[in-house]
Write a protein that binds this ligand. Structure first.
Ligand SMILES: NC(=O)c1ccc[n+]([C@@H]2O[C@H](COP(=O)([O-])OP(=O)(O)OC[C@H]3O[C@@H](n4cnc5c(N)ncnc54)[C@H](O)[C@@H]3O)[C@@H](O)[C@H]2O)c1
Length: 274
């Protein structure tokens, strides 16, 4: 998700410092960005000149300290509350006092993430959709302490990036995943109980309800680890057993079958040649 956000921001004229603690992920991100800009030129969505200018606006580092000059940070690390809190604790010390810290979390409380910082009024949720260059929505989440000014800045930034905003209260799963993820989880129950094959479940939902892709294919695309984390946030945050994660989803994640990003999830994907 970080790669997609960086691509869109750079195309809209913003300087971007892309940061990932895993150098392999950073390399993949740079390669994917080069490919994306090339494809955009080939499809005549971007001129060669604009693609080169956008590429020049992105710098990459595996050291969080590189974010020191940033005015606005959008965190998009794994969907894990303790990792996000640890990252925000560090970011709070690294970036200048007036900088805004946003989280691309799909489900985790912005209020709790903000509470580890000394700038909780300057922390906001900006939930981009996947793939970021294609999907038109940013769901903005105000923590209990998020100021009006910071909300307005996050909204203006989203709109500058060409996105439409919806505003959600800071509740588990917010709006989009409160509704979407139980459907994905139910698709895993349907698969586990043998009601249909993966292909039939996806075909049924795609053609029968006019979704662009079936829920199991969507889960592979999102990342099964992310789907499971969101279900755990919904389950833990509401205490409602209707949100319990499907054991088959748990087992796939235990097996490391995390979806398209590792070429194996519900389905198997061919690895690119280079
Ligand atoms: N995948 C989706 O469809 C989707 C959609 C909307 C929002 N999100 C949210 O975006 C976030 C990222 O999801 P993703 O699918 O891109 O995950 P991902 O696993 O593909 O990428 C996460 C990246 O964060 C890096 N990372 C982990 N800890 C770090 C740290 N402390 N410092 C720096 N880098 C660190 C990892 O190396 C990895 O490259 C999550 O909060 C997720 O809920 C995901």
């Amino acid at each position: 998700m970080g790669t997609g956000i960086a691509q869109v921001a750079a195309m809209k004229g913003l300087d971007v410092i892309l940061c990932d603690s895993h150098s392999g992920a950073l390399e993949r991100s740079v390669i994917n960005t080069e490919r994306y800009f090339k494809r955009s030129v080939a499809k005549e969505k971007l001129t060669q000149e604009d693609a080169e200018a956008a590429a020049r606006r992105i710098s990459a580092s595996s050291d969080l300290q590189a974010l020191e000059p940033a005015d606005f940070v959008i965190e998009a690390i794994n969907e894990d509350e303790s990792s996000k809190k640890a990252a925000f604790l560090l970011l709070d010390q690294i970036v200048k006092p007036e900088a805004i810290l946003a989280s691309n979390t799909s489900s985790i409380s912005i209020t709790r993430i903000a509470a580890v910082t000394k700038r909780n009024s300057q922390v906001v949720g900006m939930h981009f959709m996947n793939p970021v260059p294609v999907m038109p929505l940013v769901e903005i989440i105000r923590g209990i302490a998020t100021s009006d000014e910071v909300f307005q800045t996050a909204k203006a930034l989203s709109e500058h990036l060409g996105k439409t905003v919806c505003l959600s209260l800071d509740r588990p799963g917010f709006i989009v995943n409160r509704i979407l993820m139980p459907m994905v989880n139910e698709a895993f129950y349907t698969l586990m109980e043998g009601v249909g094959t993966a292909e039939d479940i996806d075909k049924g939902m795609k053609l029968g309800t006019n979704h662009p892709m079936g829920p199991l294919q969507l889960a592979d695309f999102i990342g099964l680890d992310t789907c499971l984390s969101i279900m755990r946030v919904l389950h833990g945050g509401t205490g409602d057993p209707k949100y319990r994660p499907c054991p088959l989803l748990v087992q796939y994640v235990d097996a490391g079958w995390l979806g398209k990003k590792v070429y194996k999830g519900v389905y198997t994907y061919a690895k690119p040649l280079n």
